[in-house]
Design a binder for this molecule. Structure first.
Ligand SMILES: N[C@@H](CCC(=O)N[C@@H](CS)C(=O)NCC(=O)O)C(=O)O
Length: 203
């Protein structure tokens, strides 16, 4: 398998999941400048990472890729044992992929086209407030749990990714001690350490 990834992006979640799965894979670095190159658009018409190539099959969309990695390595137990556990994994993965991740968009520059810069600033302030609410919810979910669903799953590396972004944009995470503990702990995980090492030198 080949994972196309860009350091600092949500593709880090897939890198970690592949490490946890113990599946052999090749990591293909994609520079941000190459996201919209013809060659990369041929792989993913949206020009976005992650992309997973498995022989002659190309899979896009982070949630689908994470699910596929988990399916390919059942012994790693990355989705949960029961239908209930698997639904919980999907719930938190969806929350991270469809709610938390897009809430960062103004901070990533999605509103920089606004000519009135006060509006751009306002969109970023609103994003910070929305993200604070979302992270409070995640913090509550982690109360009494080491992992989002209670057992390690494909949702956890995605949480690691969005927490890295939260730190990068200096979001107010004050008092969210469960998230702080999760972040400290997951950074010691050998698979995460290897994924972080692969980001060097960061672009
Ligand atoms: N819906 C896609 C979104 C992926 C996504 O937003 N990837 C970002 C990196 S975190 C990206 O490559 N953005 C490039 C762009 O949109 O130009 C997924 O879940 O895989």
């Amino acid at each position: 398998m080949k994972l196309y990834y860009t350091p600092g992006t949500c593709a880090m979640a897939d890198y970690i999941a592949l490490e946890w799965a113990g599946l052999p894979f090749e990591a293909q670095h994609v520079a941000r400048d190459d996201w919209k190159s013809p060659a990369f658009l041929a792989l993913n018409p949206l020009g976005a990472v992650p992309v997973l190539e498995d022989e002659d099959w190309v899979l896009t969309q982070n949630a689908a890729i994470l699910g596929y990695i988990a399916e390919r390595a059942p012994q790693a137990e990355l989705t949960g044992d029961t239908a209930h556990d698997r639904a919980e994994t999907q719930r938190w993965l969806a929350f991270l992929n469809a709610d938390v991740h897009p809430a960062f968009h103004p901070l990533f520059g999605a509103t920089r086209w606004l000519e009135d810069k006060t509006l751009e600033t306002r969109s970023k302030d609103l994003a910070r407030r929305r993200l604070r609410t979302l992270f409070e919810l995640l913090d509550r979910q982690l109360e009494g749990r080491d992992w989002l669903t209670g057992q390690r799953s494909i949702a956890d590396p995605y949480l690691f990714v969005v927490l890295r972004w939260a730190h990068r944009f200096e979001l107010d995470l004050s008092g969210l001690d469960n998230l702080a503990r999760f972040f400290e702990r997951i950074q010691q995980d050998p698979g995460v350490v290897r994924a972080l090492a692969a980001e060097q030198p960061a672009d």
